[in-house]
Design a protein around this ligand. Structure first.
Ligand SMILES: Cc1cc2nc3c(=O)[nH]c(=O)nc-3n(C[C@H](O)[C@H](O)[C@H](O)COP(=O)(O)O)c2cc1C
Ligand code: SF4
Length: 519
C-alpha cells in the first residue's frame, strides 16, 4: 500500500524548509522500504504551521507542523506515516479554529489538491464554471458576474460585471484579457497563493472572461519576485491546452481562447493597470491618462479586460454555483468573500477568506491572536502601502469597502499589516512618502515632486524644526497630492501619512488624539 503524504511546494513553505522536509520524508520511507507518494500541494495558508506535513489516513488527513527536516526521523519513528499522535500533530487541519472559521470559495482547493494535476482539479469541482458558461453564453455570463456583486479585488473595488459588459459592448477585431498578478502591496500574498496552489482556477476564470467578452487571447502579468508562481502558471497553461480548456475550441466549443505568462521587471507602479499595459507592450511602465479606458482602448489599443487574480479566480465558483451563492455573503455593497491576508507583527499570519463584514478587531485580535511580539497592537495598516493606519479605537470597523472609506481608509487588496507599540508612526509616515518618491513613475508633478518634499518636511518635523509650520505644509502637500495626482500612487500616499498624523499625533510632537487617549 502506498501512503499519500502532502508537503506544500509553494514559495512560502519552501522558504520555511518544505523541500528539505520532503527529502527527509523520502529517506525515512526508503529506510523502511515503505512506498510513499509525496504530493506537493499549495499551502493551506496558516504560515505558523508551515511546513505542514499531512498524511492521508482512514480518518482523513492528519497534519504535523511546523516540521523541520531534522525532526523528520523522530516523527516517522513515532508513527507519522500512520497518522499517530505526537506533540507536532495538529489533527485534521480543517478542524483548527483558523480554518474552521473561514468561508473558502476562492480558496476551496488551496492546500487540498495537487495544483498541477488536472484530474484532481476536476475531481474537486474544477471546470464546472466554464461548462456552465459555455452552456449559457456570453450575455448571460456577464449578467451572472454583474448579479454576483463581485468587485475588483486589485484595490479600486470597481464592479467586475460592469467592466466586462463595457468590453463586451465595444467592437474590436481583437480583444484581450489581462490578469494583473503584480501583487505589489506590502503584506499581500493571496494572488501568489492562487497561482501556486490552484493555478487552473485562474485559467478557468480567464477563459470564462474570454468567452464572455469575445477575447481570444489573454496574458497573466506576474511580478518577477514570484518565480514559483510563474513556473506553476506556465505548467498549468500547458496542461490546460493539452486538456482542451485552452485553445481553438475551449472545451470543444466554438470559442477560441489561449493565454500566456509575462514577467514584470519589478516596479510597484507596474501594478497600476495602464502602466502594466505599457509594460506588457514592452515599454517603460508609465501611467497613461484616462480616458480612454482600457475597456475601450487597452493592450495594443484594443478593448481589454484587466482584472486582479482574485477577481478572475472568483468567477468559476460564481458560474458553477450561480450568482446568488456568492452574492448572499457579505454586507452592503461588499458582496461575497474576501481573501484577507494577515501579516506583519501578528501571531497567526496567513490567508483568511471570509465574508465581508468581519471587524478589523476580530481579524487582528481573535483570528490573528494579536501580535507575535506579545506587545500591544498600536496600528494596523490595511490595503498595502497606500492604505491608512487604523488605531485600536477603530477596530470595530467592518471589513467593507464603504465602511473603510468612511473612516478615511481603504480595503485595497485586503492586506492587513499589524504593528506593535514600538512602531514610530512618524517614521511610518516618512516611509510612505519615501516609497512614493522611489516608486513614482514621474509623469505628474504632485507625486514626483510632492513625495520628495514630503520626505524633507517630515525630516524637519522629526528634527523639531518649526514643527507646527511644517505639519501645516505637510497637510497642504497631502491635499495637493490627493487631488492633483494622475493615479492612486500619488493620490493615495496621503492616506498612510495623514492617518498616522491624525491617529498618532504624539509621535509627531503633538498632544495625543482624544479618541485614542480615551482607549
Ligand atoms: C500604484 C498602483 C499599484 C497597483 N498595483 C496593483 C497590483 O499589484 N495588482 C492589482 O491587481 N491591482 C493593482 N492596482 C490596481 C489596478 O490599477 C487596477 O485597478 C486593477 O488591476 C483592476 O482589476 P480589478 O478590477 O480586478 O481590481 C494598482 C493601482 C495603483 C494605482
Ligand atoms: S501619481 Fe505618481 S505614479 Fe501616478 S502617474 Fe503621477 S507620477 Fe506617475
Amino acid at each position: 500500500m502506498t501512503v499519500k503524504i502532502y508537503v506544500p511546494g509553494d514559495m512560502a513553505s519552501v522558504a520555511l524548509g518544505a523541500d528539505e522536509v520532503a527529502g527527509a520524508l523520502a529517506i525515512e520511507a526508503a529506510k523502511r522500504s515503505l512506498s510513499i507518494q509525496i504530493v506537493r500541494n499549495g499551502s493551506r495558508g496558516l504560515f505558523t504551521l508551515e511546513p505542514l506535513v499531512e498524511v492521508e489516513t482512514a480518518e482523513g488527513r492528519i497534519g504535523y507542523g511546523p516540521v523541520s527536516p531534522d525532526e523528520v526521523p523522530a516523527l516517522v519513528a513515532a508513527g507519522l506515516f500512520e497518522g499517530k499522535p505526537h506533540a507536532k500533530c495538529v489533527g485534521r487541519p480543517e478542524e483548527l479554529p483558523f480554518f474552521k472559521g473561514q468561508t473558502r470559495l476562492t480558496f476551496a482547493r488551496n492546500g487540498i489538491t495537487d495544483p498541477l494535476d488536472f484530474d484532481d482539479y476536476v475531481a474537486h469541482g474544477g471546470l464546472k464554471g466554464i461548462r456552465k458558461a459555455l452552456e449559457i453564453g456570453p450575455k448571460a455570463i456577464v449578467e451572472e458576474v454583474l448579479q454576483s456583486g463581485l468587485r475588483g479585488r486589485g484595490g479600486a473595488g470597481f464592479p467586475t460585471g460592469i467592466k466586462w459588459k463595457t468590453v463586451a459592448d465595444t467592437t474590436g477585431d481583437q480583444k484581450y484579457i489581462v490578469c494583473n498578478a503584480d501583487e505589489g502591496d506590502s503584506g499581500t500574498f493571496a494572488d501568489r497563493m492562487v497561482m501556486e496552489g490552484d493555478p487552473l482556477q485562474l485559467i478557468e476564470g480567464m477563459a470564462i472572461a474570454g468567452v464572455a467578452v469575445g477575447a481570444t487571447k489573454g496574458f497573466v502579468y506576474i511580478r518577477s519576485e514570484y518565480p514559483y508562481a510563474v513556473a506553476a502558471m506556465q505548467s498549468a497553461i500547458k496542461t490546460a491546452r493539452q486538456r482542451g480548456l485552452l485553445g481553438a475550441g475551449v472545451m470543444g466549443s466554438a470559442y477560441a481562447y489561449d493565454m500566456e505568462v509575462r514577467v514584470g521587471a519589478g516596479a510597484y507602479v507596474c501594478g497600476e493597470e495602464t502602466s502594466l499595459l505599457e509594460s506588457l507592450e514592452g515599454k517603460r511602465g508609465l501611467v497613461r491618462a484616462k480616458p480612454p479606458l482600457p475597456a475601450h482602448k487597452g493592450l495594443f489599443g484594443k478593448p481589454t479586460v484587466i482584472n486582479n487574480v482574485l477577481s478572475l479566480a472568483a468567477v468559476p465558483h460564481i458560474l458553477a454555483e450561480g450568482f446568488a451563492a456568492y452574492r448572499d455573503y457579505g454586507v452592503g455593497r461588499s458582496r461575497g468573500t474576501m481573501p484577507i491576508q494577515l501579516a506583519g507583527n501578528i501571531k497567526y499570519g496567513g490567508l483568511y477568506e471570509t465574508a465581508f463584514g468581519v471587524t478589523l478587531g476580530e481579524l487582528v485580535d481573535v483570528v490573528g491572536g494579536g501580535t507575535e511580539s506579545g506587545r500591544p497592537v498600536k496600528a494596523v495598516q490595511v490595503g498595502g502601502p497606500l492604505g491608512a493606519y487604523f488605531p485600536r479605537a477603530l477596530f470595530d470597523t467592518p471589513f467593507d469597502y464603504e465602511a473603510f472609506a468612511a473612516k478615511d481608509g481603504l480595503i485595497g487588496h485586503a492586506g492587513v499589516t499589524v504593528f506593535d507599540d514600538t512602531a514610530d508612526m512618524l517614521k511610518q509616515a516618512r516611509f510612505a512618502m519615501e516609497f512614493c518618491a522611489v516608486e513614482s513613475c514621474g509623469k505628474c508633478t504632485p507625486c514626483r515632486i510632492g513625495s520628495t518634499r514630503g520626505v524633507e518636511t517630515l525630516d524637519k518635523v522629526a528634527a523639531g524644526d518649526e514643527r507646527e509650520a511644517n505639519l501645516a505644509v505637510l497637510e497642504d502637500l497631502c491635499n495637493t497630492m490627493k487631488f492633483g495626482s494622475l493615479c492612486a500612487l500619488g493620490g493615495f500616499t496621503p492616506y498612510p501619512v495623514m492617518s498616522a498624523l491624525h491617529h498618532f499625533p504624539e509621535d509627531f510632537g503633538r498632544p495625543p488624539a482624544l479618541l485614542d487617549a480615551a482607549e
